[in-house]
Design a protein around this ligand. Structure first.
Ligand code: GRF
Length: 213
């Protein structure tokens, strides 16, 4: 399965997909990386890995539809079958999302449906919850909505601040994004009645309690 990764910046999740491909644990081929922001670190990571890159700067287009038309053309020309958003900071129109339904995935740094949107770690700390984490999900027109594919739960520790929590969640993002994309590319993920079902999924370890005592 040919995938494209859409980025706007640092590209550490892109790097996790590149690394998984290099060690043979990603059955998908990263055929194209598109950034809507010029000269970002993520583009450099892709070039270093020998992946085709394109900058499609939203500022060069008069409206969202024209920008997405250019995205669509680039994706079609490269024969892309699945699009992975990885820190892509543009909202996509309903029409684009519907065209790519169940072939468009995102990673979000919270346990959805909690903490949609930005500043998820600050908001989890302010809420006083004991766990947060990250979610890979299929994209739907509503922001940070759609069938959940995989989640990793991360305990919040008493001394955490937003940065320390973000770093621990990011480690898990780098594990679950390649895993989820590999599952999709192996045809293990089906959407039924608005929920993603994983064929042959194993059970997780024992539940964690935080604090433990
Ligand atoms: C990640 O935290 C991801 O969950 C969110 O944006 C951030 C992107 O980081 N959607 P990077 O560019 O992949 O390093």
């Amino acid at each position: 399965m040919k995938i494209a990764v859409l980025i706007s910046g640092r590209g550490s999740n892109l790097q996790s997909l590149i690394d998984a491909q290099a060690r043979g644990s990603l059955s998908a081929e990263i055929a194209l990386v598109i950034s809507n922001v010029p000269n970002v670190t993520g583009l450099e990571r892709a070039r270093r890995a020998g992946i085709s890159v394109k900058t499609i700067n939203h500022k060069d287009f008069t409206d969202r539809e024209a920008f997405e038309g250019a995205l669509h053309t680039a994706l079609s020309e490269a024969g892309i079958e699945c699009v992975c958003l990885a820190g892509f900071m543009r909202l996509l129109t309903d029409s684009f999302v519907n065209d790519w339904a169940d072939r468009l995935v995102n990673i979000h740094p919270s346990l959805l449906p909690s903490f949609k949107g930005l500043n998820t770690h600050e908001r989890a700390l302010d809420a006083g919850v004991r766990f947060t984490g990250c979610t890979v999900h299929f994209v739907r027109p509503e922001m940070d909505d759609g069938p959940v594919i995989l989640q990793a739960a991360v305990p919040i520790l008493p001394d955490d601040d937003a940065d320390s929590l973000a770093a621990r969640v990011l480690e898990q993002e780098h594990i679950i994004y390649p895993l989820a994309v590999d599952m999709i590319s192996n045809g293990r993920v089906l959407v039924e009645n608005g929920q993603a079902k994983i064929k042959g999924a194993g059970p997780p370890g024992a539940p964690i309690i935080n604090p433990s005592g």
